[in-house]
Design a protein around this ligand. Sequence first.
Ligand code: FAD
Length: 390
Amino acid sequence: MAVDVPIVIIGGGVIGCAVAWELSRDSDGIFLFEKNPGITTGENQTSRNSGVIHSGIYYDQETRPLKASLCVKGNSLLYDFCTRYKVPALKTGKLIVATDQKEDEVLDFYLERARENGVARVEKISGSRVRSMEPNVKACSALLIPSTGIIDPVSFVYRLHTLALQNGVEFLTGTDVNQLEVYGDAIKMGVSYSDKKRDQVKAGLVINAGGIEADNLARLINPLLPYELDYVRGETYKFYGHKRPELRLAGMNVYPTPTAVVTPYGRHFTLGVHLTPTFESLSYPPTIGSTITVGPKLVPAESRKAWSGPSVKPEVFVEAVHSFFPGIRKEDLIWHQSGLQARLKKEPDFVIMQDPKAENFINLLGIDSPGLTAAPAIAGRVKAMVKDLL
Ligand SMILES: Cc1cc2nc3c(=O)[nH]c(=O)nc-3n(C[C@H](O)[C@H](O)[C@H](O)COP(=O)(O)OP(=O)(O)OC[C@H]3O[C@@H](n4cnc5c(N)ncnc54)[C@H](O)[C@@H]3O)c2cc1C
């Protein structure tokens, strides 16, 4: 069967762009279809996240093995990429703080998990050491995780995009994929463009990196797939440190002790509302600024289009952080952003799989946090799958 294009990637968020760049280093004939008007314009998870380079400490090997391994691997690949291509990123380190004895015991559990997952140089430190690092943070003990950091996600995607372009990837923005069908050895795709014109494209191989739409796209090819989006969004406020200099943070990521939450779809842990440093400016090398983000708080979303906010009042955020960041008031918090997560019902891990009926259709489902961190490692994994198919 003659195909129009060898490889199509659906979705130009960080995952689609990372896959495009990774594949373009060895392959030609790659097209990326993105429904937003531009790669760094429009709503998606990549433009609405916290910009934290996670260490990989949270995910257990039993229920989240892919998140565990791809986050740890992605963490070091991401720092290497950012150094090589001058993307603003800083290894700030992170504190997971305990405010009482019960939380202190939970830290031991995560210290063990750090060892299981191969997260390097994590140690438990005393409350006085926490104060020497972050004088305005209150804790009786903490886990110190040196490999956590921050990145500017938009600069990262922009760099991936330009590198992929240089390697010959064709980016078709304003291109919405709305029909998919197995067509002999190919995948037939119905697309509509921003000028409302429609077209059909036959692709030899399709990679579904559609973020919060990936489950819908997967079901167009295979209605029996069990994966379904869990409508959740993260809401975030920000705190201008220069307005309350007595409360300024030195520049570390500060997280509460994780707690377990029971949802209709099973038991999840939650990272909790946390404090994330931001850059002063995006010049290179970047420096830490005085603004921090406070959040995200995960709340149910009414639809896949619920990008704007807020739905939760600042008091709730103050309440969530006051035990370890006392002194913050509701009038200190300014609305920052909300972002829908590609979290799946019933499946807590990333799902990276060829469709059982069409091996040339690769699904990337449930790529919620830590997808930004894991992006380079996810791209490497997809490349290995593609190599076996070509
Ligand atoms: C609030 C929040 C905070 C987060 N914080 C972090 C963090 O600190 N660190 C971290 O590592 N991760 C974090 N994440 C997770 C991270 O942002 C995501 O895992 C990552 O951005 C996923 O990228 P993606 O490319 O898969 O999806 P997206 O960025 O959502 O991109 C998918 C793209 O596919 C396009 N698309 C969808 N359907 C179609 C179609 N039919 N045709 C054409 N195009 C289509 C969309 O327009 C979109 O641009 C966070 C996520 C959220 C929401």
